[in-house]
Design a protein around this ligand. Structure first.
Ligand code: TXA
Ligand code: MG
Length: 311
């Protein structure tokens, strides 16, 4: 274990906050068993208290000990996708306090695969409550530098594990109801979940505060951003008088002040997305135009984040 990770585990044990890398985005961690620590986490994020946080564990046995019922579907998905970018919503056991579940009877659990996250979870031993390490409603961080920019002194230590590989938050599956439901699309697609479960997965349009990823204008840059279909991009650019920044698949257009070209492959796109939105935001343009991604299921995670960013 590195001295940094040991220090991070000690900070968590005395109720402090630590930024740490996961394969999806960086998390802001607190001891999930400590009400004081989790309240400090909500304060640092400026997040409303009725929004539940995901609890992270080193392995599935530990994760499942926070649930009072572990359905067969949970075991199957855990065996296939953990450690990895998947969060399961399960009926909580007495270990999951109201302060992590937002007062609900369910808890969100996840076993991340990032080696530094794994090392930290093993050193700490228990559950680490960790939302994305940004202020509430802003673009999630995918590097240690993003976390420091966003949270500054509100976080004692940020472990640096390099840029996040997946780039968008974990796929969330609710297994607390009668049928599995996809609450947040991510790298693991509905089709992949269905292949493992052998049955259809409901795709829920979330609009209650139950799931903060479901709020409008989540993951949003500060500059007003708009999604534009490919065939209208040229026309939109021609019409603009203000300084504009563009996120698109094609090569830069001379009329545009700031242009970022994105990969045509969804996973490579996801990996770059949040850093790109931050970069466009810092270009201080009047507005951001984003070329709409394809409709194909492989783009569901990216599309979801872009729709919210432009909400
Ligand atoms: O990839 C990820 O999941 C990242 C990394 C750090 O692990 N974490 C993350 O956490 O995205 P956060 O808090 O930004 O988003 C977690 C989502 C929230 O929308 C939250 O409301 C939902 O999961 N969630 C957590 N517990 C829940 C529960 N008991 N019932 C319903 N939704 C829940
Ligand atoms: Mg978040």
């Amino acid at each position: 274990m590195t001295p940094e990770v040991r220090r991070a585990a000690e900070i968590l044990k005395r109720g402090g906050l630590v930024g740490f890398p996961t394969e999806t985005v960086y998390g802001l961690g607190a001891d999930a068993s400590s009400k004081d620590a989790v309240l400090r986490l909500y304060a640092a994020k400026r997040r409303p208290l009725d929004h539940p946080v995901i609890v992270h564990f080193a392995d599935s046995d530990l994760a499942f000990s926070w649930a009072r019922e572990v359905p067969q579907a949970a075991k199957k998905l855990a065996a296939k996708f953990w450690p990895g970018p998947l969060t399961l919503i399960l009926k909580r056991s007495s270990k999951a306090g109201d302060f992590v579940t937002g007062g609900q009877d369910c808890v969100g659990v996840r076993v991340p695969s990032h080696p530094v996250a794994q090392e930290l979870l093993r050193a700490f031993g228990g559950g680490i409550a960790a939302p994305s390490a940004n202020r509430f409603g802003q673009v999630s961080p995918t590097t240690a530098a993003h976390v420091r920019e966003d949270l500054g002194k509100d976080v004692e230590l940020v472990l640096d594990g390099g840029p996040s590989e997946v780039g968008i938050e974990s796929t969330i599956v609710d297994l607390s109801g009668r049928e599995p439901a996809l609450l947040r699309p991510g790298k693991i697609s509905a089709a992949e979940l269905e292949a493992v479960l052998g049955s259809p997965v409901l795709v829920k349009q979330i609009d209650s505060p139950r799931h903060s990823g479901g709020l409008e204008r989540h993951y949003a840059p500060k500059t007003p951003a708009r999604l534009v279909p490919t065939h209208e991009l040229d026309q939109e650019i021609a019409r603009l008088k203000d300084k504009v920044a563009v996120l698109a698949f094609s090569r830069p257009d001379e009329r545009v002040d700031y242009w970022l070209r994105m990969p045509r492959e969804p996973q490579a796109y996801a990996q770059k997305l949040y850093a790109a939105l931050r970069e466009l935001d810092s270009a201080r343009c009047e507005s951001i135009l984003i070329e709409a991604p394809p409709e194909a299921p492989a783009w569901a995670g990216v599309r979801d984040r872009l729709e919210r960013a432009t909400g």
